[in-house]
Write a new protein. Structure first.
Length: 159
């Protein structure tokens, strides 16, 4: 019998490869912290070193904000987060800002428990209809129990 194991995370991310927004050309990114070895572009750009992803320089809550030059429409948000080193419970919130508005609206609030070596990947695919999107914000609390974990983000893709 021929068999092979598949990685569902890779399938979800690669299924929209040709539709992902080119964030490098369409937006600027604002963030609260980044490690020199794991810069934010590693998680946001398809051609970057996606094996490393982004990592915060310091522990605690972090924010990543994508601000578009011109309002656009987003229908898919794909997030991949990996944790191979420690058990922790994380929470993230995704918010959006519509053009000509001043208040962010919450899209989703998600908690996930990492328990290496068995549970190391969190992959989320949200189907949304965000028209006139001016900014998308991701807030990560890496350890809701107050530990000293640093936030990480392997990939964030928008289509």
């Amino acid at each position: 019998m021929r068999k092979s194991m598949i990685n569902p995370a890779e399938e979800i991310i690669s299924s929209f490869d040709d539709k992902y927004l080119d964030l490098e050309q369409l937006a600027q990114v604002e963030f609260t912290s980044e490690s020199i070895d794991h810069p934010i572009e590693s998680a946001l750009l398809p051609n970057a070193d996606s094996n490393s992803g982004w990592k915060a320089e310091s522990a605690g809550e972090q924010t990543i904000r994508i601000v578009f030059d011109d309002p656009c429409t987003v229908e898919h948000i794909v997030i991949l987060i990996e944790e191979h080193d420690r058990s922790r419970s994380q929470e993230f919130v995704i918010l959006w800002l519509m053009d000509s508005e001043t208040v962010y609206r919450e899209i989703v609030r998600q908690q996930f428990h990492f328990s290496p070596p068995d549970t190391t990947n969190q992959i989320e695919h949200y189907e949304v209809v965000l028209t006139q999107l001016k900014a998308l914000e991701l807030r990560i609390i890496p350890d809701i129990c107050g530990g000293e974990a640093c936030a990480t983000l392997k990939q964030l893709r928008l289509a």
